[in-house]
Ligand binder design. Structure first.
Ligand code: PRX
Length: 576
C-alpha cells in the first residue's frame, strides 16, 4: 500500500497552515532569513529562555495563559507568560545565590511539575546548562549522568531524592540539592520554595553567543555509557521554525505535547519552540490512560496534539467507541514522533478525529524536527515526509556518498542547522565520528522515493526504541550483570505490535543458580530499581552461552536474527 496518498483537501485543513507552499519555501529558505523571528539583544547576543518566555511577557501576551497544568491527582493551575517570566527570574536568582555560573550544569530530576518548566528556563537565563533526567531513572542511570556532567546543582523532590541519596556520596561535584516539595531544608538538601520566597522577581538575563551551550540530554548509543548531547542557545530558532511549519502552532492554539522534558521532545516542543510562538501549552503530570487523555483533549480544548506511535496504538486498541464519547472537534492538527508510525495509525487519526496523524522524524542529537509531514502536503501513510525548509537530507552509503532514490542507505543531514548538537560532552572524538563526508550520519536507515518522501527502515545499530523511549542495550547489559545471579547478558529490541519494540535479555546465570519465573521477576525488579523503570527487559531467556566475536563482544545482531527466525548471516567471526 506504499502508493496510497492522503490528499490534503480543504476539509483536512481546518486552518490556513503557516507553511502554505512547501516547495517554494524549501527552495528559497535560508536560516539567516529567520533570525528576525527571534529577539536579539543589542550586542547581537541571545538567550533561548528570553525568547521562549520574556519577550511574550513583556508584550501583548503578558497575561495570556502559557501553561495549563494538571497534576496526577487532579489539581489544576494556570501560569501566564508573566508568571513564567517572574518565576524563572526568581529561580535564576536562587541559582546565582548558590554560586552558579555560566557553563555550570544544573540538573532536574522531576516528574512533569511546574518547577521543572520554570526551573529549566531560569537556568538558561543564568547562562548555566540545564540538564533533565527522566523520573523513571534508577540509581545507576542517575549516577552515570550526574557524574559525567559533573552537575553542580540537582533539583528534585523528596520521593526521588531517596535514589539520589544512595549515590551522592560518590558525586563530589554535586554541591547542592534543591527540593521542590519541602517547606524546609532536609538532610543536606535545600527547600526550593524557601529559597524562592526570598528571591527577587527581577533578573538580568545572561546575553549568550548564539553558539553557547544551553541544555544537555543524555542519550544512548549502542556501546558505552550514555552520551551528553549539548545544544546551543540558537537551537531555539530551529525549534521555533519547525513548531511553526511542522506542528503548525499559532499563538491562539492550545497545544499538548505528551512528551516528558526528560526527553528532547518535551524540551524542544514542550518548552522552547512552542512558547516562543506564544501558544498555550497543556502539561499533564499523570500517567497515560486512554479515557483520561480524551478527557484532557476535550476539557482543555486542545487544538494541536503532538504524541507518539505507542500511545496512538494503545488508543487504537482501546477501541473507537471511547473517543466518540468526547467532543474533540476542536482538534485541528495531529503529529507524532519517536518511532515509526504505521499507516494504520495515520489513517486512524482521520477516521476518529477527522484529520490524519502527521509523522515527524528527528533525534536528540538534531535538536528539532528534520523530516516531517506538513499540513499543506499530501501524506503517503508510512512515510516520514520531507525535509524541513533549511534542512538538506540525503540517503548516503557508508562512505557518505549520496545514493539515488529508492536505494536503502543511511539517513544523513548536511551539518550546520541551528538545532544540530553542538558537541558531545567531553567526547570530542565521538562527536566527530558522527560526520562523514560533510554529512551528519543519523544512525537510522531508510530510503527516499521518487517524489522526495523519506521512508524509515530501521536503526543501523542496536539501539532499542521501546514505547518511543531510546534505550542503549549496553546500559541494560551492564545493569544485568550487577545482579547477584547473573554472569553475562545480551540485550536486544524485539518487535512488539504495541510498543514498537520490547527489551529482551538473554542471560547466563551463575553456576548452580536455576532459572525460574521468580528469578525473572526478581531480575526485572532489580533493573527497574537500579537502571530505570522503562528500561527493564520484559522478556528474559536463560541461556548457556552467548554469541561472541573473538575479542569477546556479544553479537546482538545474531541474537536478534535467531529470535526473529531470520537468516543469521555471516558467522565466521563468531567463536561460540
Ligand atoms: O530511530 C529513530 C527514532 O528515534 C530515534 C531518536 O530517538 P531520540 O533521540 O530519543 O529522539 C526521539 C524524539 C525526537 C531516531 O534515530 N525515530 C524518531 N522519530 C521517528 C523515528 N523512527 C521512525 N519514524 C519516526 N518518525
Amino acid at each position: 500500500m506504499r502508493d496510497e496518498i492522503i490528499k490534503k483537501t480543504k476539509e483536512l485543513l481546518p486552518k490556513e497552515p503557516s507553511l502554505n507552499d512547501y516547495d517554494k519555501t524549501y527552495q528559497s529558505f535560508e536560516w539567516k532569513q529567520a533570525y528576525k523571528e527571534l529577539d536579539w539583544f543589542e550586542d547581537n547576543k541571545i538567550n533561548a529562555a528570553y525568547n521562549a518566555v520574556d519577550r511574550n511577557a513583556q508584550g501583548d501576551r503578558k497575561n495570556k495563559v502559557a501553561l495549563y497544568w494538571e497534576s496526577d491527582d487532579g489539581q489544576k493551575l494556570k501560569y501566564t507568560f508573566l508568571d513564567l517570566m517572574e518565576l524563572s527570574n526568581k529561580f535564576a536568582n536562587v541559582l546565582k545565590n548558590l554560586g552558579v555560573e555560566r557553563g555550570d550544569r544544573v540538573f532536574f530530576f522531576l516528574p512533569r511539575v511546574p518547577e521543572l518548566y520554570y526551573g529549566f528556563l531560569g537556568t538558561l537565563k543564568t547562562g548555566a546548562i540545564a540538564g533533565t533526567l527522566f523520573a523513571a531513572f534508577g540509581e545507576q542511570a542517575l549516577f552515570d549522568r550526574l557524574q559525567n556532567s559533573a552537575a553542580k546543582i540537582l533539583v528534585t523532590n523528596k520521593e526521588l531524592k531517596e535514589r539520589v541519596d544512595k549515590i551522592k556520596g560518590d558525586l563530589p561535584k554535586l554541591e547542592k540539592i534543591l527540593l521542590v516539595d519541602a517547606a524546609r531544608g532536609d538532610r543536606g538538601a535545600l527547600s526550593l520554595p524557601r529559597e524562592m520566597s526570598g528571591a527577587s522577581e527581577e533578573f538580568k538575563v545572561a546575553h549568550m553567543d548564539a553558539d553557547e551551550s544551553a541544555f544537555m540530554l543524555y542519550t544512548s548509543g549502542t556501546t558505552g555509557k550514555p552520551k551528553g548531547i549539548i545544544h546551543q542557545h540558537l537551537a531555539i530558532l530551529h525549534q521555533h521554525m519547525s513548531a511553526k511549519w511542522a506542528l503548525d502552532i499559532k499563538e491562539d492554539d492550545i497545544y499538548w505535547c505528551t512528551a516528558d522534558p526528560g526527553w528532547v521532545t518535551g524540551i524542544a516542543y514542550g518548552i522552547l519552540g512552542t512558547w516562543s510562538l506564544g501558544a498555550a501549552t497543556l502539561v499533564y503530570e499523570g500517567r497515560f490512560s486512554p479515557a483520561k487523555w480524551y478527557e484532557l483533549l476535550q476539557e482543555y480544548d486542545v487544538t494541536v496534539w503532538y504524541t507518539a506511535p505507542t500511545a496512538i496504538r494503545i488508543l487504537m486498541a482501546a477501541g473507537d467507541e471511547l473517543p466518540r464519547k468526547y467532543d474533540l472537534h476542536q482538534l485541528r492538527h495531529l503529529c507524532s514522533v519517536g518511532e515509526p508510525l504505521n499507516p494504520e495509525g495515520v489513517k486512524w487519526g482521520k477516521k476518529i478525529f477527522g484529520i490524519p496523524f502527521h509523522d515527524t522524524w528527528w533525534q536528540t542529537e538534531t535538536g528539532g524536527i528534520l523530516i516531517a509531514n506538513y499540513p499543506i502536503m499530501d501524506i503517503k501513510p508510512g512515510s516520514m515526509g520531507k525535509p524541513l525548509p533549511g534542512i538538506i537530507a540525503g540517503i548516503v552509503d557508508d562512505n557518505g556518498k549520496e545514493l539515488p532514490p529508492m536505494r536503502e542507505g543511511n539517513i544523513a543531514i548536511r551539518p550546520g542547522w541551528p538545532g544540530m548538537m553542538q558537541k558531545i560532552w567531553r567526547r570530542q572524538q565521538k562527536y566527530e565520528s558522527c560526520f562523514i563526508n560533510n554529512w551528519y550520519i543519523s544512525g537510522d536507515r531508510g530510503y527516499k522515493d521518487k517524489d522526495g518522501y523519506f521512508w524509515f527502515i530501521g536503526r543501523a545499530d542496536d539501539v532499542i526504541k521501546t514505547a518511543g523511549e531510546r534505550v542503549g542495550p549496553f546500559e541494560v547489559e551492564s545493569a544485568l550483570v550487577e545482579h547477584p545471579s547473573v554472569v553475562e547478558a545480551g540485550v536486544i529490541g524485539k518487535p512488539d505490535p504495541i510498543r514498537g519494540e520490547i527489551i529482551k535479555a538473554f542471560v547466563i546465570l551463575k553456576d548452580g543458580v536455576k532459572g525460574s519465573d521468580k528469578l525473572v521477576e526478581d531480575i526485572q525488579k532489580y533493573i527497574k530499581k537500579h537502571l530505570a523503570g522503562h528500561a527493564y527487559p520484559r522478556e528474559i531467556e536463560f541461556v548457556n552461552s552467548l554469541p561472541k566475536t573473538r575479542s569477546g563482544k556479544i553479537v546482538r545482531r545474531f541474537l536478534k536474527a535467531k529470535e526473529m527466525g531470520l537468516p543469521i548471516g555471516d558467522t565466521s567471526t563468531l567463536v561460540e
